[in-house]
Ligand binder design. Structure first.
Ligand SMILES: Cc1cc2nc3c(=O)[nH]c(=O)nc-3n(C[C@H](O)[C@H](O)[C@H](O)COP(=O)(O)OP(=O)(O)OC[C@H]3O[C@@H](n4cnc5c(N)ncnc54)[C@H](O)[C@@H]3O)c2cc1C
Length: 358
């Protein structure tokens, strides 16, 4: 069987790994000259969003033989708003690196593969459909979904980030909600190590020209005075697709809308979608059926984003006060209850009552 994978990001490589385990060696096309993000980044895997699984890395190993080293565990998480900070602690998830170094998730995946990656080659699925039995699209964007007319909704955003030096707790991550500078987005601080961290501001619906002034406000209002090593800007789009397979084209990772519009999380979902696409291709199974639980989760999180979009700073303060209640905090962060699933009907009702600005 001839399989092409477009994109050597985490989801494309996870798909290749699963195919190889089943004796299929795909051709992987990658537009860059190397595997991995050119600017190092830290991404967070929150257990809260993976329930009922307790440990996402163990789950991937047990089900797909896929093992990679995280940077470390997240044991402390701080949610900031204009006037308060809500701290939570426990086994909250993992921090992982995205870069071109050996610690990066994608490089670790790449090292496990035997398949050939054809670098410096930008391809379009239409060039490949007649040459291959299956084309897996893992481009990290929704362009193919748009072209196949399966894109239901899309939201463009800009991220500005900086690698900063200072003294950090390697097991602590921070999120900042403040509509003054983040509008309907958020800021975050995630450590690479005790000395190096990533500061990011993620704002949906903003034009590039407005990004710098929001960034300056973010730095001022949160009183950040660390040494900046380098800064970067990334445009990206999240959305929903009505289907993830059209004929012999399978959409995985961010290309299949596995990155949510709530907090822009999707790394594990992308990897899982890649592994399931590999399994579906190799065993002749229905890909859309295999991924339907993950797609349901992403759709539920979309409703949370719609609700969050209606809140101003006062609304955010109220929400964080509610989260700070001991019983609520316990259920949210220190149980295995699928809280997103549980709260979804109420969030949906709220969205129906208040017309969201999304
Ligand atoms: C700023 C930011 C912060 C994030 N933070 C988190 C986080 O903390 N936690 C989390 O879980 N998720 C996070 N995410 C989401 C996570 O990064 C994505 O879910 C993940 O990258 C999806 O992997 P992918 O393989 O689908 O796509 P990508 O990682 O984008 O990889 C796509 C690959 O395809 C290549 N490519 C693109 N087009 C073509 C083409 N036409 N031909 C050949 N090659 C092509 C690209 O060069 C790239 O290598 C974040 C995303 C962003 C943008």
């Amino acid at each position: 069987m001839r399989v092409a994978i477009i994109g050597a990001g985490p989801s494309g490589l996870a798909c290749a790994y699963e195919l190889e385990r089943r004796g299929i060696y795909p051709d992987i096309f990658e537009s860059s000259s190397k595997v991995g993000y050119p600017v190092p980044r830290v991404e967070i895997l929150l257990q809260l969003f993976q329930r009922p699984q307790r440990d996402q890395l163990r789950y991937m190993f047990e089900h797909f033989g896929l093992k990679f080293r995280p940077l470390g565990r997240v044991r402390r998480y701080f949610m900031h708003s204009l006037r308060q900070t809500v701290p939570v602690s426990g086994d909250l998830g993992y921090l992982v690196e995205r870069s071109q170094s050996r610690d990066a998730v994608e490089v670790q995946l790449y090292e496990k593969l035997q398949s050939v990656i054809i670098f410096d080659t930008m391809v379009d699925y239409r060039e490949l459909v007649n040459k291959y039995d299956c084309v897996v699209v893992a481009e990290g964007n929704l362009m193919t979904a748009r072209s196949l007319k399966v894109l239901e909704t899309a939201q463009a955003a800009w991220v500005k980030g900086a690698i900063i030096l200072g003294r950090f707790d390697p097991e602590a991550a921070f999120i900042y909600f403040n509509t003054n500078y983040a509008r309907q987005g958020f800021g975050s601080l995630k450590p690479f190590s005790r000395e190096r961290a990533l500061l990011e501001l993620n704002i949906p619906g903003i034009s590039h020209t407005e990004l710098d002034s929001c960034w300056v406000q973010f730095m001022e209002q949160e009183n950040f005075h660390m040494d900046i090593v380098e800064t970067f800007e990334i445009p990206y789009t999240t959305g929903l697709t009505i289907r993830q397979q059209v004929g012999k084209v399978l959409l995985i990772g961010s290309s299949g809308s596995f990155t949510d519009s709530f907090l822009g999380l999707g790394l594990m979902e992308g990897i899982l979608s890649g592994a399931l696409a590999g399994k579906a291709i190799a065993e002749g199974l229905n890909y859309e059926q295999l991924i339907s639980p993950i797609i349901m989760q992403v759709r539920r999180r979309f409703a949370f984003r719609e609700a969050l979009n209606t809140l101003d700073n006062t609304g955010i303060e109220r929400l964080l006060k509610f989260i700070a209640l001991p019983g609520v905090k316990q259920v949210l962060y220190n149980t295995n209850i699928d809280i997103i699933n549980l709260l979804h009907p109420y969030v949906k009702k709220y969205n129906q009552k208040i017309k969201p600005a999304f």
